[in-house]
Write a protein that binds this ligand. Structure first.
Ligand SMILES: Nc1ncnc2c1ncn2[C@@H]1O[C@H](COP(=O)(O)OS(=O)(=O)O)[C@@H](OP(=O)(O)O)[C@H]1O
Length: 368
């Protein structure tokens, strides 16, 4: 045995094979024992958190990204958390370098996984990813990056399954997630209410016509053979009747969906964020969001850099010289040109819903 021959050559053990074997077994036992003590004091369980450590240190970066990547892949593959896993991976990868708020709790024994106290519940294509990533810059926010789809698709898995998806947080830190389909799913308000009637709900809304086109653009990017936007908009083209059962149209009837939420939650527990202002004035919208969540106003104009080529604000660390990080190419796709008559018909269709929505929220979003 190589190990015992080294010891023999060093003259530290007797040459009897019996004693050498015993010594070898003893060494193995000792190593196991030391390893177990190491685990008992919590180091083994915190090893995956290494991805949060010394993000800017060269050596650690290698460990960091390999562990981080495998965890993200696990999340996406094993739990099927996000039907748009690729999109998530992309956004996650880009934001990773900015994700320093997650560092604060490394090896901290008082961190626990908590059910979210605040959720971005919608709307699809409203700008929900941008808002979540803006919030993740805040040191008092911990958010799961993937969309858990717990209250719509995975409810039968139970609250403990849901809690386990959440990142660890300290008391006083806010746990969050975003799943845009919640806003339009019938059973979700009562289910969130049953988890906690104090849950704060954020909805990023955007001009419903642009939102519908954005939604269509996303679907077409995956299924290029789908019919034209114009033909899907109408029940039949000759009658000119809008097909409100088409999800791209239905999601934008914000007032209708809001009525369902108000059966469970008071208006003060809902915050409507303008998807348009999130692009033109992200810092201004972030004041409203941070105030609503009871957070200090940390994420301000210093965290944003408008990228003219992308046409969107990108994120930067105020104290860093590193390049600003923009969301991936699945955010900010070029929309197809839609027949202006069809756009106008959709505008007319949405007008009463928009008016009702402004009235209910007390906020004019200026879409008309
Ligand atoms: N900062 C920044 N960077 C990139 N994109 C931004 C940003 N802020 C808002 N947006 C808008 O977000 C739209 C996508 O919305 P969501 O993230 O809610 O989409 S999704 O429902 O999660 O698929 C996306 O829609 P499209 O432009 O139609 O692709 C963007 O317009």
């Amino acid at each position: 045995m190589e190990y015992s021959s080294i010891l023999t050559s060093l003259h530290v053990v007797p040459s009897s094979p019996h004693v050498k074997n015993k010594l070898f077994v003893f060494c193995i036992m000792l190593s196991l024992w030391v390893y177990m003590i190491y685990c008992c004091v919590g180091y083994c369980s915190t090893v995956p958190s290494l991805r949060y450590v010394n993000r800017h240190g060269d050596e650690v970066d290698v460990v960091e990204s390999s562990l981080g990547a495998s965890r993200d892949l696990l999340n996406n593959n094993e739990n099927d958390l996000d039907s748009r896993g690729k999109e998530w991976e992309e956004a996650r990868g880009e934001i990773k370098a900015l994700d320093e708020n997650a560092m604060s709790g490394f090896l901290n024994e008082s961190e626990t996984k908590k059910l979210p106290q605040a959720i971005i519940i919608g709307v699809k294509k409203g700008g929900t990813r941008a808002l979540l990533e803006f919030l993740r810059l805040h040191p008092d926010v911990r958010a799961v990056g993937a969309e858990p789809h717990f209250f719509d698709r995975n409810y039968d898995k139970g609250l403990e399954w849901y809690r386990d998806l959440m990142p660890k947080s300290l008391d006083g830190q806010l746990t969050m997630e975003k799943t845009p389909s919640y806003y339009v799913t019938k059973d979700v308000p009562s289910r969130i209410y049953n988890m906690s009637q104090d849950t704060k709900l954020i909805i990023v809304v955007r001009d419903p016509v642009t939102r519908a086109i954005s939604d269509y653009t996303q679907t077409r990017s995956k299924k290029p053979d789908i019919p034209s936007f114009e033909s899907l908009t109408f029940k039949n083209t000759s009658s000119g009747q809008i097909d409100a059962s088409w999800s791209a149209v239905q999601i934008g009837m914000y007032a209708k969906h809001l009525e369902r939420w108000l059966q469970y939650f008071p208006m003060e527990q809902l915050l409507f964020v303008s998807g348009e202002r999130l692009i033109t004035d992200p810092a201004g919208e972030m004041v409203r969001v941070q105030d609503f969540l009871g957070l200090q106003r940390v994420v301000d104009e210093k965290y944003f850099h408008f990228n003219p080529a992308k046409g969107f604000p990108c994120l930067k660390r105020p104290d860093s010289t590193s390049k600003p990080h923009c969301l991936g190419k699945t955010k900010g796709r070029t929309h197809p040109n839609i027949d202006p008559d069809v756009v106008q018909k959709l505008r007319d269709f949405y007008k009463p819903y928009n008016m009702k929505f402004y009235e209910m929220t007390g906020h004019n979003f200026d879409w008309d």
